[in-house]
Design a protein around this ligand. Sequence first.
Ligand code: GDP
Ligand code: IMO
Ligand code: MG
Length: 458
Amino acid sequence: MKTSKGRNVVVVGTQWGDEGKGKLVDWLTESANGVVRFQGGHNAGHTLVINGVKTALHLIPSGIMRPGVKCYIGNGVVLSVGKLFEEIEGLEKAGVQVRDRLRVSEACPLILPFHQALDVAREAAREQGGVQKIGTTGKGIGPAYEDKIARRALRVQDLKHPERFAAKLRELLNLHNHILVNVLGSRNFDFGAGLAPYMLDGEVQFDAVYGEAMRHAELLKPMIADVSRELNEAHAAGGNLLFEGAQGTLLDVDHGTYPYVTSSNCVAGNAAAGAGVGPGLLHYILGITKAYCTRVGGGPFPTELEWEKEGTPGWIMSTVGAEKGVTTGRSRRCGWFDAALLKRSAQINGLSGLCITKLDVLDGIEELQLCVGYELDGVKIDLLPLGADDIERCKPIYESIPGWTESTVGVTEYAKLPVNARRYLDRIAEVTGVPIAMVSTSPDRDHTILMHDPYSAA
Ligand code: GDP
Ligand code: IMO
Ligand code: MG
């Protein structure tokens, strides 16, 4: 083994997800030997556009489109093996080799059909009880993390031991079927076609789940690995790694708009715990930031705009930005850039630099508004507060910035951006206190401006 050490970059979303992480991870992996997902599950939807061809990834790291790059699913990810194989087969049909390059941590908790049943039934119960839905993706993410934290989850390593798996599964089903039937009223609930094969009379059936899990186990076995060990070895051998965040900082279970959040830590610090490396190996934290804001699902959004009315700035963001969820197809809510939110995000992640995406979407908007702080209970503040209750009461304070009429689509040099676009970017860097390292000007891999290479040590 060589003694040289590689350089590692963490990519995180700084807003409410869908900032364009997938595009940038794909772009950056030209300089990386391995890409690792460290949290979330198939609630993520990361879009890559290469030579006009679109690929949507949910679980497989966005390095998979670069031949030779290794991809890892770290212990912090909650794994649906069925969804993983759907994705692998889709990529293989498109000619992308996956199985010999993908390593899956044996410590990943599994998402099983009862997690999804609990997720959808709970959302329905909230609605029926007059409580605002979280607006989850309905993939079972929250219930799977609950089992992990409660120390009763079935993990990838259990798939290698059928009897152990069966015993743990029986115990879990006893608990969850009790909740489904007696608390959530699952006997009268329509779970839809996806869950129908597993359910009878409101209960999830042991045989259906067990049989499928054992079939999945055979497929997964060649990819099961000690990911922590492999990452540390790759680093020690001089390989560059990329840690690919899913969701975004404001969806983080501790730091986000709680309770309208996902159930994992999406922030950079969790890259270490969720992959099994020491925090000292996280050398550069790149915050991916849309040039405006979007959010899908429920919860507060201080700079939200009316986005359904034709011709309005919100409508331009929604239509030109094609703001529809990759995972659920829901429309994303749209609003002005929020620098006070970004300051919070910069603080929690320890951002080294920003990558501003979708600048092109703002082309032609006459005047842009930049939120620089809020008024909360008559007091001016310049940092997003913690949790939904306070955030809901924040009234944004805006600064007007003139827009630009020129097209920025496909621009690859900073100097070639319209002067007002550069002013907008400079102001974002100034207010947030984080330098801009990169700018993205279209969905395409190559339409990216590089001002500072996160992989350069300088
Ligand atoms: P992720 O979840 O952070 O990976 O982001 P998504 O893939 O869910 O959403 C970002 C969307 O914006 C995708 O459809 C991308 O193809 C697209 N996109 C990324 N960067 C740009 C950009 O600079 N300009 C435009 N117009 N679209 C972009
Ligand atoms: P990527 O990686 C945007 C949102 C859901 C919901 C909340 C909780 O593509 O940026 P969950 O199913 O996780 O329990 O839902 O989190 N959410 C996302 N929003 N992008 C994502 O991922 C998301 N993953 C979850 O809409 O509001
Ligand atoms: Mg997405």
